[in-house]
Design a binder for this molecule. Structure first.
Ligand code: PEP
Ligand code: MN
Length: 337
C-alpha cells in the first residue's frame, strides 16, 4: 500500500501506478478526503524491488499483513457507500431489502413489491435462478422471472437484487437487475466472482454455508481485485451443530467485519433462522450490532410459496416488521436510504 502525501497530484499518482505496471503489478487507487492510497497487487518481491518511496508525492509504503488487501480497512479507512439507483447502503445509509425467495407469478411479484414499497422498503429481492438442494425442486423462472422483477421495479421504483449462478446468464441479468447476488453456495466459485468483478453493478455477496469471515472477505477480494468496488456483504447464517434454527445467525460477524473491512454488511435473518417468528428479533440484533441493512423474505401467501415459504414473512405482516426496523435504525443514528 502506497500512501501519498497530502496534496499529491494526479500526475504523481499516475506515475506510481505506471511504475507498478512496469513490474506486472496493478495499482488500485483509493482517494480519501485528505490522502490518496494506492493498493499494489502483484508479486511482492517485484513490488518491493521498486524504489517507490523515492517517487515524488509518495509519503510512505506500508505492507498490509492481512490476506485480503483491497477490502481491508487498512487500505480504505472510511466506510464504502454503495449506490444503487437512488438509494445507498453503508456509511450511515440503511437498506431494507425484501421480497420473495423466488419469483413465481406476476401477481405474486407485484403483490410483494407493492407491500415492500408501501412499508418503506428500499430494494426488492427475488430469485429467478434458484440454487436448490434438490434437482427436483422448482429451479426458478429464469429470464421470464427477471422480466417480472423489472416490471415490479418499473411500477414501484424499487431497485432489484437477484441471484446469478451461471456466468452464461450474466448478460441477461445485467439487462434487468440492479444488484447481482452471489449466493452462499457460490461464495467460493472464484470464476464467477472474477466475472462479477468486471461488471459495473453492485454485487451482494452472501457468506458461504461454512465459510470463515476471512474466507468470505477473500471472496470479496476476488471481486474488488477485478475493479468492482461495489460489494455488499450479507451474513445469512452458518452451519453449526444447532438444529433449532436452519442455520446459526452469526451476529458477531457484523462488528468483526466492520472492524476489518470498509465494505457494507447486511444481514439475512430469513435464511439464518428459517423461522418467520425469529426474523424480527434477529433483524434487530443485526441492526444493533451495526448492520447496514437487512435482506428479508416476504411472500403474499407463504403457505403456497414454491421455495422458502416456511421462513417468509407474510406481506400482510411486513409493514409492522418494517416499522420496528425503522425505529431501531433511527435510534442507531442511521437513515433508510
Ligand atoms: C436466497 O437468497 O434465496 C438464497 C438462496 O440464499 P442463500 O444463498 O443465502 O442460501
Ligand atoms: Mn430463499
Amino acid at each position: 500500500m502506497i500512501i501519498m502525501e497530502e496534496g499529491a497530484t494526479e500526475d504523481q499518482v499516475a506515475h506510481v501506478v505506471a511504475r507498478l505496471e512496469e513490474v506486472g503489478a496493478t495499482g488500485h487507487v483509493s482517494k480519501g478526503e485528505r490522502v490518496t492510497v494506492i493498493g499494489a497487487i502483484g508479486d511482492r518481491e517485484e513490488i518491493t524491488s521498486l524504489p517507490l518511496e523515492a517517487c515524488p508525492g509518495v509519503d510512505r509504503v506500508v505492507t498490509i499483513l492481512k490476506p485480503y488487501k483491497l477490502v481491508s480497512r487498512e487500505f480504505h479507512a472510511t466506510d464504502t457507500v454503495v449506490r444503487v439507483r437512488g438509494t445507498k447502503i453503508g456509511g450511515g445509509h440503511f437498506g431494507l431489502i425484501a421480497g420473495p425467495c423466488s419469483v413465481e407469478t406476476e401477481e405474486q411479484v407485484m403483490a410483494a413489491a407493492r407491500a415492500v414499497k408501501a412499508a418503506g422498503g428500499t430494494m426488492m429481492r427475488g430469485g429467478a435462478f434458484k440454487p436448490r438442494s434438490s434437482p427436483y425442486s422448482f429451479q426458478g423462472l429464469g429470464v421470464d422471472g427477471l422480466k417480472l422483477l423489472a416490471a415490479a421495479r418499473d411500477e414501484t421504483g424499487l431497485p432489484i437484487v437477484t441471484e446469478l449462478m451461471d456466468p452464461r446468464d450474466l448478460a441477461a441479468l445485467l439487462e434487468y437487475a440492479d444488484v447481482v447476488q452471489i449466493g452462499a453456495r457460490n461464495m467460493q466459485n472464484f470464476q464467477l466472482l472474477s466475472e462479477v468483478g468486471r461488471i459495473d453493478k453492485p454485487v451482494l455477496l452472501k457468506r458461504g454455508l461454512s465459510a470463515t469471515i476471512e474466507e468470505w472477505l477473500m471472496a470479496a477480494e476476488y471481486i474488488v481485485k477485478e475493479g468492482n468496488r461495489e460489494v455488499i456483504l450479507c451474513e445469512r447464517g452458518i452451519r453449526t451443530f444447532e438444529t433449532a434454527t436452519r442455520n446459526t445467525f452469526d451476529v458477531s460477524a457484523v462488528p468483526v467485519v466492520k472492524l476489518v473491512s470498509h465494505l457494507p454488511i447486511v444481514v439475512d435473518p430469513s435464511h439464518a433462522t428459517g423461522r418467520p417468528e425469529l426474523v424480527l428479533p434477529l433483524s434487530l440484533a443485526g441492526i444493533a450490532a451495526g448492520a447496514d441493512g437487512v435482506l428479508v423474505e416476504t411472500h403474499p401467501n407463504p403457505e403456497h410459496a414454491l421455495s422458502d415459504g416456511p421462513q417468509s414473512l407474510p406481506t400482510a405482516a411486513f409493514a409492522e416488521y418494517a416499522d420496528r426496523v425503522r425505529a431501531l435504525v433511527a435510534w442507531m443514528g442511521k437513515r433508510l436510504a
